[in-house]
Design a binder for this molecule. Structure first.
Ligand code: F6R
Length: 606
């Protein structure tokens, strides 16, 4: 959600912090601020974008140590004072914070009684006053931060600096990511590697409950009980090019257009033509263990959950193992029954979604075996899981998920093939799926090449206040994701329903003012779907059909044709025109496509 950057080294901190904040802006963006240390703390913070902050930072803003923040408001409206960093009253301690301090009211009351004067409405400001009170009695800043955090209930990723110790920054993580970046005689820290890749590829992820001190010549990490921890740096293969729009009008369009390549990367080295199986070394499951699972339960949030529904379908079809998907945000709160013969699969692009992480932790606590399907290497969810599949889709910058959604569905196809071939999927069917998987990148390219037709349809439909999305069985999760994409970036109300459920209620909504997008694959349910189109048209509803064959002209006003693959894999392709449709609808409606209102890229709070 919010973004943190910290720097210690020989260079001027402000430009590095601003650059890092710019890269993080996609995560949260209602205000921004930074502090540098140079014979005292120099602070600038503003409501608005990082560009507004950059304009407010004077040319001479020297200091080779600093912390910066982009904020997405949770406590207190977006404003200059509520922006981070927050300073202690004596201007000695500066803090930036991601997360939520649950006992902030109680701490605020105590600190106020103790003479602290609060300037902002944020929960985060308590940290600055708390640490300022502890630092007087401790030998080091790290000790002051560690002890102060003992009084805090909630989630945090923080960076702290002390005007009187101008060679170090202390960072800490609990439920909100912090990653260190190792440079040449300089150190960085951030809430996301996006802020670091311009300067270094060597990173260290902190675990929950871990703290670190960064200095120009290195770092050390320790637990909240002051035990030193040993960390192995990881090399990330994402670079700054991934964070540029690359000539596209928006990141979203770039990420949609990258999909032939990102899907090829998800597949690379994972298809075995000898046995028609998938190679998924990261699962850490023997064939014997794989056979022992009687059920697969998939969890994720939002689009990740919808891709999990496609995954569940694939696993049931190819492996004949009962599988279903559930929102992780619900799962974690309903005291789930965890069974030893169920395999749990957690999905997350960012690997940091708090609800999904908490669900994984709850599952592990109850002895569940959890695999992760994750895009971000080394992220919290990836580290919590016993094994899994990395998507290798590259960073997703636009708030709305597209390429990660598609790659997750592809990863599930590989997983289903793997499970299927361990169970009863025949070599012939294994080959059929392997061949189908190989065709995907080229077919995605064909869909993208047809973008102008989809753009024209988006202009035609975008001014409707509400749209219905329907699909049956394989088509239903595709419809759900299509509706999700449309509503989140264009703000057009969109509702998704199983086509089979229409006449049990939502048909009442159908009329000329509410068009329907119908996902109609050419499969064994084609006739049933065509009947549904007839029912919609009979009520005066307009129909935009996405499918494989031109229907009778009476049944659809408009059609988007998609290349046909194997029936099990078709949902992967059918979702892509709906991404393109949502993108163009948002453009026509002049929305902030990459940064839709009220949303943030990675939801690291509850
Ligand atoms: C929708 C979208 C969200 C995310 C969800 C989970 O376009 O991006 O619904 O899919 O917040 O995020 P990750 O996959 O990072 O766990």
């Amino acid at each position: 959600m919010c973004g943190i950057v910290a720097y210690v080294g020989p260079r001027d901190a402000a430009p590095i912090l601003l650059e890092g904040l710019q890269r993080l802006e996609y995560r949260g963006y209602d205000s921004a601020g930074l502090v540098v240390s140079n014979k005292g703390l120099k602070l600038r913070k503003v409501k608005g974008r990082v560009a507004d902050l950059a304009a407010a930072v004077p040319a001479r803003f020297k200091g080779s140590l600093g912390i910066g923040h982009t904020r997405w408001a949770t406590h207190g409206e977006p404003s200059d004072v509520n922006a981070h960093p927050h300073l202690s009253n004596d201007q000695r301690i500066a803090v930036v914070h991601n997360g939520i301090i649950e006992n902030a009211d109680e701490l605020r009351a105590k600190l106020t009684a103790d003479g602290a004067e609060f300037l902002s409405e944020t929960d985060s400001e308590v940290l600055a006053h708390l640490i300022a009170r502890t630092v007087a009695d401790t030998a080091t800043l790290e000790e002051a931060v560690r002890l102060a955090l003992k009084r805090v209930v909630g989630t945090y990723g923080i960076a702290v600096l002390d005007a009187e110790r101008p060679g170090e920054v202390v960072v800490a993580r609990n439920g909100s990511p912090i990653v260190l970046g190792i440079g040449e005689k300089e150190m960085f820290a951030a809430s996301d590697v996006a802020a670091l890749v311009r300067y270094t590829r060597q990173v260290v992820h902190l675990e929950d409950g871990e703290l670190a001190v960064i200095k120009a010549d290195g770092f050390h990490t320790f637990t909240s009980d002051a035990r030193e921890t040993a960390k192995e740096p990881l090399v990330v293969d994402w670079d700054t090019g991934h964070y540029d729009t690359g000539g596209y009008a928006h990141y979203l369009l770039k990420e949609i257009s990258e999909q032939p390549d990102t899907v090829a990367r998800t597949l690379r080295g994972r298809i075995d033509d000898r046995f028609h199986i998938a190679h998924l070394g990261g699962l850490n499951l023997t064939p014997h263990e794989t056979r022992a699972f009687r059920r697969v339960k998939i969890i994720g949030c939002g689009s990740a959950y919808y891709s999990g529904q496609i995954g569940a379908q694939l696993i049931e079809e190819l492996a004949r193992i009962p599988a279903d998907a559930e929102p992780a945000s619900e799962f974690r709160y309903r005291n789930p029954v965890v069974e030893h013969d169920t395999l749990y699969v957690a999905i997350s692009q960012s690997g940091e979604t708090y609800d999904t992480l908490a669900a994984v932790q709850e599952l592990k606590r109850k002895g569940g075996r959890v695999l992760g399907i994750v895009n971000t290497v080394g992220s919290a969810i990836a580290r919590e899981c016993a094994g899994g599949i990395y998507l290798h889709a590259g960073p997703e910058v636009s708030v709305a998920s597209t390429k990660a959604f598609t790659s997750t569905a592809v990863a599930f196809a590989l997983l289903a093939l793997h499970f299927g071939r361990v169970h009863d999927l025949s070599p012939a069917d294994g080959r059929r799926i392997c061949d189908g998987l190989r065709r995907l990148p080229g077919q995605i390219e064909e869909i993208i090449a047809g973008g102008d037709h989809i753009a024209a349809l988006a202009s035609k439909y975008a001014d409707h206040p509400s749209m219905m999305f329907v699909g049956r069985v394989r088509g239903y999760p595709v419809a759900r994701e299509g509706a999700q994409k449309l509503k989140e970036i264009s703000y057009v109300h969109a509702e998704a329903y199983p086509a089979s459920e229409l006449k049990h209620g939502p048909l009442a909504l159908i009329g000329p003012e509410t068009p329907t997008v119908a996902v109609v694959p050419d499969d064994e349910l084609l006739d049933k779907n065509l009947t549904t189109l007839g029912e919609i048209r009979a009520r005066g509803g307009r129909v935009l059909m996405v499918g494989h064959r031109e229907p009778d002209a009476k049944l659809a006003d408009d059609v988007i044709l998609v290349p046909k693959n194997e029936p099990e894999l078709d949902p992967i392709l059918l979702g892509i025109p709906l991404q393109i449709f949502a993108y163009h609808a948002a453009v026509v409606l002049d929305r902030d496509v990459d940064r839709p209102r009220n949303l943030a890229k990675s939801v690291t709070v509850e």
